[in-house]
Design a protein around this ligand. Structure first.
Ligand code: DC
Length: 212
């Protein structure tokens, strides 16, 4: 079974993905980490974020074990990830890795922006997780403050708007809901309620799939 979970930044997508993967015993890939690690590698090496060939080379030779979770989670890494993710050569370099993960015999759950549309259009279940930009901004702001970053809520919300726009308007594999995905809006939901809703949506999609 392949489960594709896409959605916007700070929508709850990551938490839902982890919980569903554990529930169904599926190997899980957070594909945003690939873009974040590519961006962090480039920043460390002083490679400009528009040097397509050098960035694609970084992406191809990426070893995720070289990166600490904390350095991948900073606001700077997220922003740079969104910038390098626009480059088709980078997406191409990361495609095979994700596709191979999605099609392994054990089944898989992947979360990202283009899983249901590009990486695994054949997924058994597709979810799109979203929430209002104000609520997502508030969640991200709390997280960043917890990490000691000194930033205002207004700035975080504005950064999310910019990031959403860049992810959704890029030409190659824009972040968008697959036509056969189920939308889950977590704006008013606690984490537990969002996970429950996602689980119910997966069960319903599986039941529908079994009937056809
Ligand atoms: O989910 P995240 O915040 O870790 O993702 C960071 C950036 O990576 C996001 O702004 C867009 C990009 N990304 C992508 O283009 N495609 C994916 N499948 C996952 C992430």
């Amino acid at each position: 079974m392949i489960i594709a979970i896409d959605g916007t930044t700070a929508s709850g997508k990551g938490t839902i993905a982890k919980r569903l993967a554990a529930h169904y015993g599926l190997p899980h890939m957070d594909t945003g980490r690939l873009y974040r690690a590519t961006a962090v590698a480039a920043l460390k090496a002083g490679i400009p974020l528009d040097d397509a060939d050098a960035l694609a080379n970084m992406a191809r030779t990426l070893d995720l074990a070289d990166y600490q979770e904390a350095e991948l989670r900073t606001a700077e890494a997220g922003k740079a990830a969104s910038v390098v993710a626009v480059i088709p050569e980078v997406r191409q370099a990361l495609f095979e890795l994700q596709r191979a993960f999605a099609t392994q015999d054990l089944g898989a759950l992947l979360d990202g922006r283009d899983i249901g549309t590009v990486i695994a259009p054949d997924a058994d279940v597709k979810l799109w997780i979203d929430a209002s930009v104000e609520e997502r901004g508030y969640r991200r702001w709390k997280e960043l403050r917890g990490q000691g970053e000194d930033v205002t809520l207004e700035v975080v919300i504005e950064q999310l708007r910019v990031r959403d726009k860049r992810d959704q308007s890029r030409k190659d594999a824009p972040a968008e809901m697959a036509v056969d995905a189920v939308l889950i809006d977590t704006t008013e939901l606690s984490i537990e309620a969002a996970v429950e809703k996602a689980l119910a949506a997966v069960e319903a999609a599986l039941a529908r799939g079994n009937r056809t």
